[in-house]
Write a protein that binds this ligand. Structure first.
Ligand code: ATP
Length: 324
């Protein structure tokens, strides 16, 4: 239980969002985010991530369902929620002529109990940029300024909409480190991202949205459980797929072969990989380009994007859609 008497920072039950013209972008989704947790919302383009986050931020009223952020309705009790949350939007839209320090000062003026500006600029690595105009910042530096402003109010809940888009590999890793530090200090973080490795490495739990519904929900390990691993290699000249032992006996559950490169999918990675290597050893051949990949979030995501919803029980135990 937290100080509000609520064990979850965010509770979403049967959320629906319907746009003018009757289009239902979010179709009755249910999930919760525990205090001090990093939760990622993933999904195909147009799946409903931004439509969901806008409701959680109190920017729009839901068409149906029950939403609680820190125990309050974020739309109707905005005054109770807004000072305790930080929001980093996809497009910051700051005045281009202001310097970094001026922008932070202006933002601090609109933030209840703002921390000193230099503190948040230091947190995101913009200390050396105080006097630089916003229009002169690189795309990645602007994202870091967005993040600094979201942190000004020392929020209990932080909403990050694609926080690392436009950042280079180092900037992305710095942001991940910062987000983890915030989580470890007790901040609840809900982020959207298109980078699956970001969600896999950063999120404690996640939901994958597809066409306005939750298609997978749980820890990254829960969501990838039951998804196939992949093994690929080149067949040596003069060898054909039929020269391998029967694929079903190797635990293979699917395969592709374009004549040279063989791609196997398996739910028993160790058994299949061992059998393939033993065969190659006995045949005295080298498997060039040998690549072994355990089931990943990418596999789960692509499976959902390709075929829609997985059968019940595969990473959907706690979330999923509910009638609103
Ligand atoms: N104001 C609006 N009016 C009508 N339809 C809208 C509006 N805003 C969004 N939509 C539609 O709602 C659906 C969900 O959009 P949303 O922006 O929430 O998806 P998303 O998951 O954030 O997508 P992306 O990954 O592409 O940013 C899309 O089909 C989109 O076209």
């Amino acid at each position: 239980m937290n100080t509000d008497g609520h064990e979850h920072a965010i509770e979403v039950t049967g959320l629906r969002r319907v746009y003018g013209g009757g289009f239902e972008a979010v179709r009755g989704i249910t999930f919760s985010v525990a205090r001090g947790e990093i939760f990622a919302l993933l999904g195909t383009n147009g799946a409903g991530k931004t439509s969901t986050v806008e409701v959680l931020e109190g920017l729009a009223a839901p068409a149906g369902g029950r939403i609680r952020v820190l125990g309050h309705d974020p739309f109707h009790e905005r005054d109770a929620v807004r000072p305790r949350t930080g929001v980093m939007l996809q497009e910051g839209g700051f005045p281009a002529e202001l310097t970094v320090a001026e922008t932070a000062r202006m933002w601090a003026g609109c933030t209840t109990g703002a921390r000193p500006e230099h503190e948040v600029l230091e947190l995101v690595g913009l200390t050396g940029k105080h006097g630089v105009r916003v229009k002169q910042l690189s795309g990645g530096e602007r994202r870091r300024l967005d993040l600094a402003l979201a942190l000004l109010g020392d929020p209990e809940v932080l909403f990050l909409d694609e926080p690392t888009s436009g950042l280079d590999a180092e900037g992305r890793r710095d942001t991940w480190t910062l987000v983890r530090r915030l989580r470890d200090a007790g901040t609840t973080v809900l982020l959207t991202t298109h980078y699956l490795e970001e969600a896999e490495g950063l999120a404690d739990r996640l939901a994958i949205l597809h066409e306005g519904r939750i298609a997978a929900y749980g820890t990254p390990a829960e969501v990838t459980a039951g998804r196939p691993s992949r093994i690929s290699f080149e067949l040596p000249d003069g060898y054909f797929l039929g020269d391998l032992p029967p694929l079903a006996a190797l635990g293979v559950c699917g395969h592709e072969n374009d004549g040279k490169v063989v791609r196997l999918r398996t739910l028993e990675l160790q058994r299949t990989a061992t059998a393939v290597l033993v065969w190659a050893e006995r045949a005295g051949v080298e498997l060039r380009g040998l690549d072994v990949r355990p089931a990943s979030l990418e596999e789960a995501f692509l499976g959902i994007a390709r075929t829609g919803f997985p059968p019940p029980g595969r990473g959907r135990e706690q979330g999923g859609e509910e009638a609103a």
